[in-house]
Ligand binder design. Structure first.
Ligand code: ADQ
Length: 467
């Protein structure tokens, strides 16, 4: 029998990217980002394994070790990538769980692929997990894994965390395979959501679909207690503060401000190019403020960084076209030679450049129509170690509940959004300091390490007190 592990993380993606060096040699490197930095020490300390897709199609690479983790790749065929990942995960579940801001599509062949791929993940996990091991399954692509794994390995302790919102009953009920999904989640011992509302929706559904009455934060299903609770995710605050103190990055921030026009106040948006992020609403508000002369291109500039995302899905390609048309329109109408009102950057940045942008920004504009948490808001707050800067934050993000000192907005209310932008730009510095200090204190006390520890403690894992 192959080697087994006492702690296993299961996520759609492995926490690695493949780099090809100058000589064409392929090498794996740990990917950046909060989830990986939170889980890496946890997995390493337990000499654990991580199961996930390594990217690409066809035969998966052999399992390998990296930075103290055992990585076990799952293969996907081109058709599975189309149906399981881009179809069921990103064109059915993603829009449905985000309040159906785009219309979800339901296709039985997508669902069949989703089931098949979830079964593959469950079988690989069953092979790799030691007797009585703890398994932590992540996110909306793998909602059937807990029950499939429970069936194969009733001895395991299984946790599941959903990174995106869990929708109200009325929306979830549209899903043709709603009972299967709910039963999939109920295979876990602990189901974690970003917000208490997610757990409330979950219990409403167990009542409506399965007639299960919750008691406190538990229901009993097939003779087992299943707990559902909120565990708001966070960021690696230490990493942010470390980068924010780096003299090269501080210098780069100064240079960016200068290049953007010296004294112009900088408004910043940083998002995956996704229709849930409210990028169009933000641009519309900014355009109207320029048109009404309430903001001047001489005095302010908007930088929108948009990470390319899911471009094989039609709705994402259409969004890209709409956003780029609007940016062109604003720059055409209100720009001058050498002075553009909107700088639109369609690319991914490394952490250093992102930090420099956070440090240069006077106002961070975060306007999702729905977002499980939104880490960008927390990253900006953590980076502002001198307590300067302002955060405009949609009330439809998970982060809004934790950061009441932000300038809260309903992004559907364009006039309200315009007011919030003006207010963020005009509020006296000492008041901004006060708001930022409180937000920073909250984020520092609730970082991603604490999130992982809280979840694993609630799951009842024996060494959760470790890193
Ligand atoms: P996302 O929808 O991807 O995450 P978010 O929480 O904002 O949204 O995380 C994005 C991450 O990507 C941030 O760490 C950010 O710094 C980084 N990023 C964004 N644009 C970038 C760019 N151009 N270059 C480099 N890095 C960039 C999902 C859910 C969220 C939830 C997280 C974690 O949708 O609601 O907060 O998972 O659970």
């Amino acid at each position: 029998m192959s080697e087994q592990y006492r702690f296993v993380v299961v996520a759609n993606r492995l926490p690695v990217d493949e780099d090809v060096d100058e000589d064409g040699k392929r090498e794996w490197a740990r990917s950046p980002g909060g989830l990986v930095s939170a889980l890496h020490p946890t997995v390493r300390a337990r000499r654990g394994a991580w199961i996930g897709w390594a990217g690409g199609t066809g035969d998966p690479p052999e399992p390998f070790d990296l930075d103290g983790m055992r990585l076990h790749p799952i293969g996907l065929s081109q058709q599975e990538l189309d149906f399981y990942y881009e179809g069921e995960s990103n064109a059915t579940i993603w829009p449905l769980y985000h309040d159906a801001v785009e219309t979800p599509a339901f296709h039985r062949h997508w669902w069949d692929a989703y089931r098949r791929v979830n079964q593959r993940f469950a079988e690989a996990t069953a092979e790799l997990a030691a007797p009585g091991a703890t398994v932590w399954v992540h996110d909306y692509q793998l909602q059937l894994v807990p029950a499939m794994l429970r069936e194969l390995r009733p001895d395991l302790r299984i946790g599941f965390f959903l990174h995106i919102p869990f929708p109200p009953v009325e929306l979830f009920m549209q899903l043709p395979w709603r009972t299967r999904v709910l039963e999939g989640l109920l295979g876990a011992d602990l189901v974690g959501f970003q917000r208490p509302g997610g757990a409330e929706n979950f219990f409403r559904l167990t009542r409506t679909l399965l007639g299960l009455e919750p008691e406190a934060d538990q229901v009993v299903f097939n003779g087992r207690a299943v707990t559902a609770r909120a565990f708001p995710i966070s960021i690696d605050v230490a990493e942010m503060e470390h980068l924010a103190a780096d003299p090269h990055i501080r210098e780069r921030a100064k240079q960016l401000s200068k290049e953007l026009g010296g004294n112009r106040r900088l408004l910043l948006g940083v998002d995956r190019l996704d229709y849930t992020k409210g990028i169009e609403h933000r641009l519309k508000a900014y355009r109207e403020l320029l048109a009404e002369d309430r903001l001047s291109n001489q005095e302010t500039v908007l930088v929108q960084v948009a990470t390319p995302s899911r471009l094989r899905v039609a709705q994402y390609r259409q969004l890209r076209e709409r956003v780029e048309r609007e940016v062109g329109r604003i720059n055409g109408e209100f720009g001058e030679v050498g002075l553009a009102p909107v700088h639109y950057l369609f690319r991914s940045y490394d952490r250093e450049e992102l930090l420099a942008l956070y440090l240069a920004a006077d106002v961070m504009v975060v306007t999702p129509l729905r977002d499980g948490m939104n880490l960008v808001a927390k990253e900006y707050v953590a980076a502002r170690t001198d307590n300067t800067g302002a955060l405009v934050l949609s009330e439809f993000t998970g982060a809004a509940a934790e950061l009441p000192e932000a300038f809260g907005v309903n992004p559907h209310d364009v006039d309200g959004l315009k007011e919030a932008l003006i207010q963020a730009l005009r509020t006296p510095t000492e008041h901004l300091h006060d708001r930022m200090r409180r937000m920073r204190a909250h984020v520092r006390a609730h970082d991603v390490t604490r999130w992982a520890k809280d979840f694993l403690e609630a799951l009842g894992e024996r060494d959760a007190a470790g890193p």
